[in-house]
Design a protein around this ligand. Structure first.
Ligand code: RP5
Length: 291
């Protein structure tokens, strides 16, 4: 994704639309972002009055997955820094006064906010889909477009109550696709609370299905937690159950950070966390489903 497109993404969110709200209050805090007009989002635009507040959530204190405070020379930027991948999918990012700069531009807030890593925070998102079917197992079409209706597994996020892809952070050293599958099992099937034997049985039932995963997006995420110095990036995979016999039959139970899990019909009216709707749209295009 080019920087121009990235800045456009933030422009789309201006005025509390989707993720970051310029001038809005940062999630879980009382800290208000500095207002920015759209033209001042790119770093290249001069903005001498830009002096946003700094916020590092105390929820990061002592967390093994979070970076320590920045000290000169303590991080290796734009490379794999031991087991922490500090590379961005958007290309090399700039370091200013020792801090990495968000490649999408100004966000009205400095620091890390709620994000554990300075710079890119890597996530993985599973987009698990099937065709909508009637009681006779016939695929349902939209009578206006004559296109088949796609269904998607979403979870309800505990932190902001929004429906979202059942994704999560990639652990240090973890394969991205494995993270997408692990997060799906944790958030949509409550695997963390299941017995070892139940998890083995479920995994073996879904093993072949998970091998079908296709990467559909890799890049910046318009997440409400993004700041000038820390931002979300993701790799999204589509796992499509064409016959509806594999994942279509498993019981969905919310777990870990999720408080709900369900199948929903895919269409352009869906309202999802961050920029998840964009990844789902890509899948709808690839599968040529109704939109
Ligand atoms: C989004 O936040 C990503 O696309 C992913 O779905 C999620 C990862 O954060 P947590 O769910 O772990 O909070 O930006």
């Amino acid at each position: 994704m080019s920087i121009r497109t990235l800045s456009t993404r933030i422009i789309l969110m201006a005025g509390c639309h989707g993720g970051v709200c310029f001038g809005g209050v940062y999630p879980t805090s009382q800290v208000r972002r500095q207002n920015i007009t759209k033209d001042k989002i790119p770093w290249l635009e001069k903005f001498p009055e830009y002096s946003p507040p700094y916020f590092d959530s105390d929820r990061l204190d002592g967390k093994p997955w979070a970076d320590p405070v920045i000290k000169a020379g303590s991080f290796k930027w734009n490379v794999k820094d031991s087991t922490v991948d500090r590379r961005s999918f958007e290309g090399d990012y700039t370091i200013e006064d020792g801090y990495p700069l968000n490649p999408a531009g100004r966000t009205g807030l400095r620091g890390r906010g709620l994000l554990g890593r300075w710079g890119p925070n890597h996530a993985a998102d599973p987009i698990v889909t099937r065709w909508k079917r009637d009681d006779n197992k016939t695929i349902v079409q939209n009578p206006i477009t004559n296109k088949s209706i796609l269904q998607l597994i979403v979870i309800k996020r505990r932190d902001n109550g929004m429906w979202a892809l059942p994704g999560g952070m990639v652990d240090s050293g973890e394969e991205v696709c494995s993270a997408a599958i692990r997060e799906f099992l944790e958030e949509a099937t409550n695997s963390l609370q299941k017995s070892h034997d139940d998890n083995i049985a479920l995994k073996s039932q879904l093993e072949d299905f998970f091998c079908t995963g296709k990467e559909v997006y890799r890049g910046y995420v318009d997440d409400p937690r993004n700041t000038d110095n820390a931002w979300m990036e993701t790799t999204a995979f589509n796992f499509h159950d064409n016959t509806g016999d594999t994942v279509g039959d498993i019981a969905l139970t919310a777990g870990d950070d999720a408080v709900g899990a369900k199948w929903i019909d895919v269409n352009k009216e869906l309202s999802l966390h961050a920029s998840h709707i964009d990844f789902v749209h890509k899948v709808a295009e690839i599968l040529q489903s109704d939109w």
